[in-house]
Design a protein around this ligand. Structure first.
Ligand code: IPE
Ligand code: IPE
Ligand code: MG
Length: 251
């Protein structure tokens, strides 16, 4: 591996909790929260118990993001492909989304989290759609951390959706460029993710942010999502700092 120049070398500064934090904190971190099922299986528990444990874990990660100075966190909670799972698991995941809003909204709001949704909400129950919309409305002026929840999200579906909207608007072919397409993605004017983390050791994107992730750095954590804690996030940030982001340039 080639030596890093001084400007590229990871430097550290003390974090509020006293442990070292790397110098460059990514603005936008996205996480593929994978491995809940295997985490549960290892313990002889039903898969849904793993999903519940994964949700609990989110609280610590959200706090750590705020503490570390991350501005946008995007989490992959339910993919367009996850509908193919057993009905009981799908129902359980819908229920978890509802419970999270019911139980955590107040606290999230208090902590300055701006909730957003990416994906297609029309496929979920009207009641749950209303809850999600209310949560988004209630937190829309918060600015400590933007939390994009990817629920019924698929990168390909998102691109198809963007194309449809662009066509509906009647754009001339010459007026369509990368900036315009980006604006029609669910993430709109938000900056692209700098760092995409996937837990559980799987090395694939599974249809997550395939447009926005064009130049993201990837980090694959070996632990299952319920075990991905603040220290694991710090480790991901340290790895991010060691990367040489070139964006296609020479040096
Ligand atoms: C990720 O954990 C959560 C969702 C996809 C909803 P999994 O449920 O995929 O867990 P594994 O990969 O089967 O262990
Ligand atoms: C990706 O994980 C989706 C979420 C984490 C919500 P999956 O477990 O569904 O992906 P595959 O099946 O391993 O590719
Ligand atoms: Mg999985």
């Amino acid at each position: 591996m080639k030596a890093l120049s001084t400007s590229q070398r990871a430097t550290t500064k003390p974090a509020p909790d006293g442990a070292d934090l790397p110098e460059h904190i990514p603005t936008h971190v996205a996480i593929i929260m994978d491995g809940n099922g295997r985490w549960a299986k290892q313990r002889g528990l039903p898969r849904i118990a793993g999903h519940r444990a994964g949700t609990e874990n989110l609280r610590e990660i959200l706090r750590a993001c705020v503490e570390f100075g991350i501005k946008i966190l995007t989490i992959y909670a339910f993919s367009t492909e996850n509908w193919g799972r057993p009905e009981s698991e799908v129902k359980g995941l819908m229920r978890i989304l509802e419970d999270v809003i019911d139980r955590e909204l107040k606290e999230l709001d208090k902590e300055g989290v701006q909730l957003r949704h990416i994906g297609d909400l029309t496929a979920i129950s009207a009641d749950l759609q209303r809850k999600v919309s209310n949560a988004i409305e209630q937190t829309k002026n918060n600015d400590r951390l933007i939390l994009n929840v990817a629920f019924n999200y698929g990168g390909r579906a998102e691109i198809v959706h963007a194309i449809r909207e662009i066509v509906k608007e009647g754009y001339e072919p010459e007026a369509i460029d990368e900036a315009l397409v980006s604006r029609y993605m669910y993430t709109g004017t938000q900056p692209d993710p700098d760092l995409i983390v996937r837990t559980s050791g799987e090395l694939r994107t599974s249809n997550f942010l395939i447009w926005q992730g064009a130049y993201a750095e990837y980090y694959f954590a070996p632990v299952f999502w319920p075990d991905f804690n603040k220290e694991e996030l710090r480790r991901a940030l340290v790895h991010f700092n060691e990367r040489d982001r070139r964006f296609g340039l020479a040096e």
